[in-house]
Write a protein that binds this ligand. Structure first.
Ligand code: GDP
Ligand code: MG
Length: 597
C-alpha cells in the first residue's frame, strides 16, 4: 500500500473508558471481523487482561476503510497498554503512529493516566482526535467534558466528537475523520530499511512475534535482518499483517505496520524500541528513543511449599520469554527457604507476574515487602547497589540515594487539602498545580518511588472517595536519610522482615512489625524477645511470654491410640515450622506478617 493511503493511529484512554469496546466496534464497522465471530473485547487475549479489564500488551490491527468517493484506505490501529508501569511501551506505540484518538468517558471526564499519555502524544507531534465515548449513558455530560478537553488541547468544544462504542453511534464518522485529519506516513522508500519494534509477544507455537512500524525502506520475507541494539541477525521466516488474525504478505514498505517472525524464542532478542534493519543493506543510524527496560521494584518470591521451588524456577523461565522487563536471581532466606529476588517495572507488573505464576503454574507464593533500588556510598568511597535489604552495607555510610518519580494527580478541587496532606506524609514536593475546570485540578509532585510502592494509590483513593487518579514516571534519584531496620527474634535477625525505610519512619515500622509478630508467633517453652533494631541500636521491643505446653496432659487417662494420633499431628505441624535460632515459628506467621493489610 502506498503511504498516502495509510493512516496509523492509537487510542489513548483510561481503563474502563471503553477502548476495547470501541475497538470491537471498529473491527465490525470495517468488516474485518464478522458479526458471528465477534466476541467481546476481541483484542484482549490474555485471561488476566480480560478479567481485570486491562490491556497489558499492545497489538496492531489493519482495517480497510473506504471514504465516500475517495477509494479505500488502510487504517492501522495500534493498541497501547493502559497502565503506569508500561509508560515506555506506550511511548513506543505512540512513536509508531501519526495520530491518536483521545477517548474519554462522557460521564467521567479525563483521568491522570490519559492526561499523561496525551502529553506524551503531543510531545511526539501526533495529531489528536478528541472523542467523548458512552454518550448513550443518561449520566453523560458531554458539554462539560468537551469544554475540559478543548481547554487541554486547544481546540473548539464543537470539534470534540461524540460516540458510543456500545450502540455504534458516531463510529463511522470517527473512522472518516481519522482518514481526513491524520497525516499520511512519510519515509524514504529507497533508503536502507528501518523499522521500529513497538511490541514483541511470545507465542508457544510460533516463537516471538515482533510488531513493527516501517519508517524507511522495506522488509521482505526470507531476507536476513539485524536488530540494531545488539547487532544480532535472524532470517525473516514470515512477515505479515494482523487483520486481526495473522496474514502473511510479500513485504512491508514505508508507513506499514505488521509482524515479523524469525523463530527466536525469547522476547529479549526482539526488544521494544529497537530498530530492525536489513543485513544486506543496513541502515547506519538506529531510530531514536531506544531504552532497555529497567526494573524499579524488587521483591522476594518464595513457594509456600518448599518442594515447589523447581516449578517456580521453570515458571519464571517461561514467563521471561514473554516479558523482557522481568529479571530474577535465586535467593535464600532463613525464614522462607529457597526463592527468587525478582525485579519489576512497578507494582502492577509485580501483581500481574505473581498472579500469572499462581494461576498458570498453580503455585502458592509468598512475596516479601517490595523495595526499590538504593545506591549506598560508604565513607571510604565504595558504592553498593542495594536491591535487597540484606545487601545493605554495615560500614559507615556517607550517602544514600533513592529513585523518585514525577507524579500527576487529577482530582476534584475539594480534595486539594487531603491530597497535599497525604503527599506531605509521603515525603512529596509539590511541583505545580493547574485547574482543568473550576471543579477539577491537576497536581504535580515529586515523590520517592518507595513511598508510592507502599499502598499510595489506595490511600489516595480513600482520601478522595475514589475520585482521584494517578500517573507517574521515573525522574532520577535523590539523596535521602534512610536506615535499615532489622527484626530480631531472641537476638536472631529474621531476614524476610528487614526493610530500608526513612529515618523518621523507622520507629513506626519497628513497632508495627514487632507487634505483629508478637501476635502471630505462638508461645514457646521459653521467653522470646522480639526486637526492632537499627544496627546495634534497639528501637522497639515486645516479649512473647513462655508457656509450658504438654499436649499429652490433655489426654490423661485417654486411650493410647488417641495419644499417638496427637503426637503424629504435632509432628505434621512441625514440618511447617521454621527455626529462627532456637525459636520455632509456624510458616503461617511469616505469611500473615508479610501480607499487607
Ligand atoms: P477499556 O478498559 O477502556 O478497554 O473499556 P471497555 O471497553 O472494557 O469498557 C468498560 C466498560 O464500559 C464495559 O462495561 C463496557 O461495556 C462499557 N462501555 C464501553 N463503551 C460503552 C458505551 O459507549 N456506552 C456504555 N453505556 N457503556 C460502554
Ligand atoms: Mg480494554
Amino acid at each position: 500500500t502506498p503511504p498516502e493511503r495509510i493512516r496509523n493511529f492509537c487510542i489513548i484512554a483510561h481503563i474502563d473508558h471503553g477502548k476495547s469496546t470501541l475497538a470491537d466496534r471498529m473491527l465490525q464497522e470495517t468488516g474485518v471481523v464478522e458479526q458471528r465471530q465477534m466476541r467481546a473485547q476481541y483484542l484482549d487475549r490474555m485471561d488476566i487482561e480480560r478479567e481485570r479489564g486491562i490491556t497489558i500488551k499492545s497489538q496492531a490491527v489493519r482495517m480497510p476503510w473506504a471514504l465516500d468517493g475517495d477509494g479505500t484506505y488502510v487504517l492501522n490501529m495500534i493498541d497501547t497498554p493502559g497502565h503506569v508501569d508500561f509508560t515506555y511501551e506506550v511511548s513506543r506505540s505512540l512513536a509508531a503512529c501519526e495520530g491518536a484518538v483521545l477517548l474519554v468517558d462522557a460521564a467521567q471526564g479525563i483521568e491522570a493516566q490519559t492526561l499523561a499519555n496525551l502529553y506524551l502524544a503531543m510531545e511526539n507531534d501526533l495529531t489528536i482526535i478528541p472523542v467523548l465515548n458512552k454518550i448513550d449513558l443518561p449520566s453523560a455530560q458531554p458539554e462539560k467534558y468537551a469544554a475540559e478537553i478543548a481547554g487541554l488541547i486547544g481546540c473548539d468544544p464543537e470539534d470534540v466528537m461524540r460516540v458510543s462504542g456500545k450502540t455504534g453511534e458516531g463510529v463511522p464518522e470517527l473512522l472518516d475523520r481519522i482518514v481526513e485529519l491524520l497525516p499520511a506516513p512519510v519515509g524514504d522508500a529507497d533508503a536502507p530499511a528501518r523499522a521500529m519494534i513497538f511490541d514483541s509477544v511470545y507465542d508457544t507455537y510460533r516463537g516471538v512475534v515482533t510488531y513493527v512500524r516501517v519508517i524507511d525502506g522495506s522488509l521482505s520475507p526470507r531476507e536476513r535482518i539485524t536488530m540494531m541494539s545488539t547487532r544480532a541477525t535472524h532470517e525473516l521466516l514470515e512477515i505479515g499483517v494482523s487483520s486481526p488474525e495473522p496474514v502473511p504478505c510479500k513485504g512491508l514498505g514505508v508507513g506499514e505496520v505488521g509482524y515479523l517472525i524469525t523463530g527466536v524464542k525469547d522476547v529479549r532478542q526482539s526488544k521494544v524500541g529497537d530498530t530492525v534493519t536489513s543485513q544486506a543493506r543496513p541502515a547506519t543510524q538506529a531510530l531514536g528513543g531506544y531504552k532497555d527496560p529497567k526494573p524499579m521494584v524488587f521483591s522476594g518470591l518464595y513457594p509456600i511449599d518448599g518442594s515447589d521451588y523447581p516449578i517456580l524456577r521453570d515458571a519464571l523461565d517461561k514467563l521471561k520469554l514473554n516479558d523482557a522487563a522481568l529479571v530474577y536471581e535465586p535467593e535464600t532466606s532463613a525464614a522462607l527457604g529457597f526463592g527468587f529476588r525478582v525485579g519489576f517495572l512497578g507494582m502492577l507488573h509485580l501483581e500481574i507476574v505473581r498472579e500469572r505464576l499462581e494461576r498458570e503454574f498453580n503455585l502458592d507464593l509468598i512475596s516479601t515487602l517490595p523495595n526499590v533500588e538504593y545506591e549506598v556510598t560508604l565513607d571510604d568511597g565504595k558504592v553498593v547497589d542495594v536491591t535487597n535489604p540484606s545487601e545493605f552495607p554495615a560500614g559507615k555510610i556517607a550517602k544514600i540515594t533513592e529513585p523518585v518519580v514525577r507524579a500527576t494527580i487529577l482530582a476534584p478541587s475539594e480534595f486539594i487539602g487531603a491530597i497535599m496532606e497525604l503527599c506531605q506524609t509521603r515525603r512529596g514536593t509539590l511541583r505545580g498545580m493547574d485547574y482543568l475546570s473550576p471543579e477539577r485540578v491537576e497536581m504535580r509532585y515529586t515523590l520517592p518511588l518507595a513511598e508510592i510502592v507502599f499502598d499510595f494509590f489506595d490511600a489516595l483513593k480513600s482520601r478522595t472517595r475514589g475520585y482521584a487518579s494517578l500517573d507517574y514516571e521515573p525522574d532520577g534519584v535523590q539523596e535521602a536519610d534512610l536506615v535499615k531496620v532489622d527484626i530480631l527474634l531472641q537476638g536472631d535477625t529474621v531476614d524476610a522482615f528487614s526493610a530500608i525505610v526513612h529515618k523518621d519512619k523507622a520507629y513506626a515500622y519497628g513497632v508495627q512489625m514487632a507487634g505483629k509478630l508478637k501476635e502471630l508467633i505462638p508461645r514457646q517453652q521459653f521467653e522470646v524477645p522480639v526486637q526492632a533494631a537499627i544496627g546495634a541500636r534497639v528501637i522497639a521491643r515486645e516479649t512473647i511470654r513462655a508457656i509450658r505446653k504438654d499436649v499429652l496432659a490433655k489426654c490423661y487417662g485417654g486411650d493410647i491410640s488417641r495419644k499417638r494420633k496427637l503426637l503424629e499431628k504435632q509432628k505434621e505441624g512441625k514440618k511447617r515450622m521454621k527455626m529462627v535460632g532456637s525459636v520455632e515459628v509456624p510458616q503461617e506467621a511469616f505469611i500473615a506478617a508479610l501480607s499487607q493489610d
